[in-house]
Design a protein around this ligand. Structure first.
Ligand SMILES: Cc1ncc(COP(=O)(O)O)c(C=O)c1O
Length: 366
């Protein structure tokens, strides 16, 4: 079977750098317990140094380390919302946020992204504005770039979105886990340098180094100084209640984070060539399929004629060609028929999987 839905970097072939991390995890410092609600200072300094290598000055005091960005979302929902409050999340999107919000008793309300070919995805600003005023959410989640649409917050729309959030009193949660993986557009700047609107920027080793199993993520507080100070004091209580980061990865962070640019370079080149290959195999004159604009990230979206359901297509592909993709409805696309394809697999598997996919689609819907 070829898994073109694989999003776990530890399960794709070993050609990606990063396999030699074990020595970094065996530091003597790991044997002592040094609780700090923000996380070990040397690890926070390593995160600040990584931002500095990206041209951004981040004060280590504005960094909170967590076990993952998923956990960081939970902390932020506790910080910003009371049970019964709401947050806005983009749709289509990764189906994690509804659970993360729900587990805090917080409602996640979708705001739509719209697609126009070949320009790409944009935020429906009218819908966002109307939801901000009618639902009074405590936060707006911006996934920059979004998964699986691969779309950045559009640079032309960004000031307006920040302005709307500021005016409506909603904080921004900017999820930047895929930010370095620019493909057809970008790179775009992140939100860690934001000074006007309260912003919580999320990232971690999961995507930056392909190490989701190491469990290290972080929140950077950005925005007006007084807001940051108050938020930090309160977030300290949340983080201190859990103290969830583990000593081995904290002590390894100063050695691991400087490897991020190499990892990103190698993986980005694989993602780009897989995307080009997918277009080569699936598109072309008179092809009824199209690969949607994929500005950045690890996933491509394929649109196919809607002659049967996405579910039927995906199951048939699995049975007849032994290729696994995700149907678009997993991610709440506004209509059918979309299939999402992970760009992570190694080049041989990817080519074989994409060729089988084309063969199958030609039989079923072409
Ligand atoms: C946009 C986005 N944010 C966050 C996560 C979760 O990352 P972590 O492993 O840091 O919890 C994912 C997982 O794929 C994701 O797609």
């Amino acid at each position: 079977m070829i898994n073109l839905a694989e999003s776990n970097p530890t399960r794709v072939d070993a050609a990606l750098p990063g396999g030699d991390i074990l020595p970094a995890l065996a530091r003597p410092g790991c044997l002592s317990y040094e609780p700090d609600p923000r996380g070990l200072p040397s690890a926070r300094a390593a995160v600040a140094a990584w931002y500095s290598s990206c041209g951004l000055t981040v004060d280590p005091a504005d960094i909170f380390l967590s076990a993952s960005t998923s956990e960081a979302y939970g902390w932020l929902f506790k910080l910003l919302a009371d049970p019964g409050d709401s947050v806005l999340v983009p749709k289509p999107g990764y189906p994690l946020f509804e659970y993360l919000a729900g587990l805090e008793g917080v409602e996640s309300i979708p705001y739509p992204l719209e697609y126009r070919h070949p320009r790409g995805w944009r935020t429906d600003l009218d819908a966002l504005e109307s939801a901000l005023w009618s639902k009074r959410p405590k936060a707006v989640v911006l996934i920059h770039p979004n998964n699986p649409t691969g779309s950045y917050v559009d640079p032309g729309e960004r000031p307006r979105i920040l302005e709307l959030c500021r005016a409506a009193g909603a904080a921004v949660i900017a999820d930047e886990v895929f930010l370095p993986y620019a493909l057809e557009d970008g790179p775009e700047p992140g939100f860690a340098g934001e000074t006007g609107t309260p912003c919580f920027v999320l990232n971690g080793l999961s995507k930056l180094l392909g190490l989701p199993q190491m469990k290290l993520g972080w929140i950077v507080l950005a925005g007006p100084k007084e807001y940051r100070e108050e938020a930090a004091a309160r977030l300290e209580i949340v983080a201190d209640t859990y103290l969830s980061t583990g000593a081995p990865v904290l002590h390894a962070a100063p050695e691991l984070l400087p490897r991020a640019p190499d990892f990103v370079r190698v993986l980005r080149s694989r993602l780009s060539s897989n995307l080009a290959l997918l277009k080569d195999i699936l598109e072309g004159e008179l092809s009824p399929y199209r690969v949607l604009r994929c500005s950045a990230g690890w996933t491509a979206v394929l649109e196919v004629p809607r002659v049967t359901s996405e579910e039927d297509l995906a199951l048939g592909l699995l049975r007849e060609e032994r290729v696994f993709v995700h149907p678009g409805y997993f991610f709440d696309f506004p209509r059918e028929a979309f299939l999402t394809v992970s760009l992570l697999p190694g080049p041989e598997d990817f080519r074989e999987g994409a060729e089988r996919l084309r063969r199958y689609l030609d039989r079923r819907v072409g």
